[in-house]
Write a protein that binds this ligand. Structure first.
Ligand SMILES: N[C@@H](CCC(=O)N[C@@H](CS)C(=O)NCC(=O)O)C(=O)O
Length: 200
């Protein structure tokens, strides 16, 4: 198979968003899922020491947003208009900010963990949700057409709505109906449903 996507063997984060983008693009791909041991061996040979990586023929691309842009631009899942495209890039970069800003609570006491995550949910994360909501035309970011930025938003929201992060309740997003509607629209998209049905 000409295209392969390499990531860890779990259904989330940057790997999931690239797999879903390939599914939405209708691109058949080899879904390479590494064990920890395989990753340790491969890491020094990767472009940036991290995954996902996409291989298309003899070329390899890293960085989730670059991979999403490549898939999106090639398959009608990214705006053609340069301004709109830049706005979609900005939204995808903001999802990376969400990942970077989540307080790392490993070394904190129980009380400190709760306080740090609750302050994040009520503060930075809610401000981010307000800002992104204001840009959603509905149901998707740019209106009726799914884009790779919608898929990236879906994947990050999915982790919060599933309660992945301690002390950040799913109800944080109750005040953001446009974000929740975008989430539901991506989940209901036939290609996305097809991907999860095939994995079940
Ligand atoms: N900026 C990169 C970040 C990639 C990244 O941090 N990937 C994580 C998994 S989501 C990873 O490879 N972690 C394992 C490691 O760094 O050894 C991107 O957007 O693809």
């Amino acid at each position: 198979m000409a295209i392969s996507l390499t990531y860890f063997d779990f259904e989330g984060s940057r790997g999931l968003e690239c797999r879903l983008a390939l599914a939405a693009a209708g691109v058949a791909f080899e879904d390479v899922r590494l064990s920890r041991e395989q990753w340790t061996a491969l890491k020094p040979k990767t472009l940036y020491g991290a995954l996902p990586q996409l291989t298309d023929g003899d070329r390899t691309l890293a960085q989730s947003n670059a991979i999403l842009g490549y898939i999106g631009r090639g398959h009608g899942l990214f705006p053609a208009d340069p301004w709109l495209a830049a706005q979609h890039d900005a939204v995808m970069l903001s999802v990376e900010d969400v990942r970077a800003k989540l307080p790392d609570i490993k070394l904190l006491s129980e009380g400190e963990k709760k306080a740090a995550r609750e302050a994040f949910a009520a503060g930075w994360l809610s401000q981010w949700a307000t800002s992104v909501s204001a840009q959603i035309q509905g149901p998707f970011l740019a209106g009726e057409k799914l884009s790779v930025a919608d898929i990236k938003l879906y994947v990050v929201l999915r982790s919060y709505l599933k309660g992945t992060y301690d002390f950040v309740p799913a109800s944080t997003f109750d005040r953001f109906p446009k974000l929740l509607a975008l989430y539901a629209a991506v989940e209901a998209h036939p290609a996305i449903r097809g991907y999860f049905a095939a994995r079940a």
